[in-house]
Design a protein. Structure first.
Length: 353
């Protein structure tokens, strides 16, 4: 039996940052994740994708963000159960919980925090008859390493942020980039739409709107795609390519967590965001993309905020009646469980005072 103060389901960025916030409160954490390494989607799906909305980082690769978070929480010595899925939640008579994984590993904690991002997920695949024949032979549903596409011809389908971001990024990597979207309007950020349009004018992206990829051709590996236009007068366009990457998002599934008696709304866990991000099960919190409430923003930044607030209330549950005086890290520094201490600089303290 693994015992800890806070048991975190999900080792993505939000789960990892929870370790830091809990550590400031002298609370130990253990994390469970079905993936074989920490980092969630940032490690598994797009480690080389640049992220632009992390404070203090004008641009940081998703994988590098995970590395920084791991470095930040190292002094607090978190435990990890990786490659195992949280399966069963059992509430004990004293109000604590035992969580058992699909491999039988048992964990005991007074507080459980679900930070599972989108939960388990599968890519949404386009309805193309022979698409399965080219999977791993030219068809991919996510981009892990953009260097795979260097000097290659790439066709991307989709109208959201992922499709736009990767089309823009690969414009300087691939030999040829085509972006296909079934509408004229894109769902992504306005800045990305404008960048893609400008690259199309410069001839660095071949843009097909009001169109869909309807067929794939090639023996043993992909050689070309057929693009059907909404306007029948335009007929069909054949595009030679080495890769077809449909980026239509992920189909999230909560998996076993959906059977834990939690209040679910549109495949997300409802929480009390007015106070502590606690679920309808006392002692079980949900933070990050896995939760929902009015005004929810699915951003890593939001998950970090929710983690900080949640930890304050988790401390009160674990230490009833005990008051913890929170100090800014610029005043108190950071003291880890491993004996390390980063002292606050005196000139900073003086300037605050």
């Amino acid at each position: 039996m693994i015992k800890t103060d806070i048991l975190i389901i999900g080792a993505g960025p939000t789960g990892l940052f929870t370790v830091f916030e809990a550590g400031l409160l002298k609370l130990k954490c253990h994390l469970i994740d079905a993936l074989p390494q920490p980092g969630g989607q940032c490690s598994e799906i797009y480690p080389k994708k640049p992220i632009y909305d992390i404070p203090a980082y004008p641009e940081i690769l998703a994988g590098d963000l995970v590395d920084r978070l791991m470095e930040q929480i190292k002094p607090f010595e978190p435990g990890f159960t990786l490659g195992e899925r949280a399966q069963i939640l059992d509430k004990q008579e004293d109000g604590s919980f035992v969580v058992t994984t699909n491999k039988g590993t048992r964990h005991h904690a007074p507080v459980v925090v679900i930070a599972g991002g989108l939960g388990s997920f599968e890519p949404r695949k386009p309805q193309i008859e022979n698409i399965a024949d080219y999977e791993d032979n030219g068809v991919a549903y996510m981009i892990k390493d953009p260097e795979v596409y260097r000097d290659k011809k790439v066709v991307i389908a989709g109208g959201g942020d992922s499709a736009l971001d990767w089309a823009i990024y690969l414009a300087d990597v691939a030999a040829e980039v085509s972006l296909v979207h079934r509408r004229n309007e894109f769902r992504g950020a306005l800045d990305s739409v404008e960048k893609a349009s400008e690259l199309a004018k410069l001839g660095k992206i071949q843009l097909f709107t009001e169109a869909e990829v309807k067929a794939l051709h090639g023996e043993n590996e992909l050689k070309s795609v057929v693009i059907k236009h909404k306007d029948d007068s335009k007929g069909e366009t054949y595009v030679e390519t080495d890769f077809f990457i449909p980026l239509f998002g992920l189909s999230p599934k909560l998996g076993p967590i959906g059977d834990w008696g939690l209040e679910i709304e549109k495949n997300a866990i409802k929480v009390n965001n007015a106070k502590d991000y606690q679920t309808n099960v006392p002692g079980v919190f949900a933070i990050g993309d896995v939760n929902t409430y009015e005004g929810k923003l699915k951003l890593i930044l939001s998950g970090f905020h929710e983690a900080a607030v949640m930890c304050q209330y988790a401390y009160q549950l674990i230490n009833p009646g005990k008051r913890f005086v929170m100090k800014y890290t610029t005043v108190g520094g950071v003291e880890g469980f491993d004996g390390t201490k980063k002292e606050a600089k005196k000139e900073v303290v003086q300037s605050i005072l």
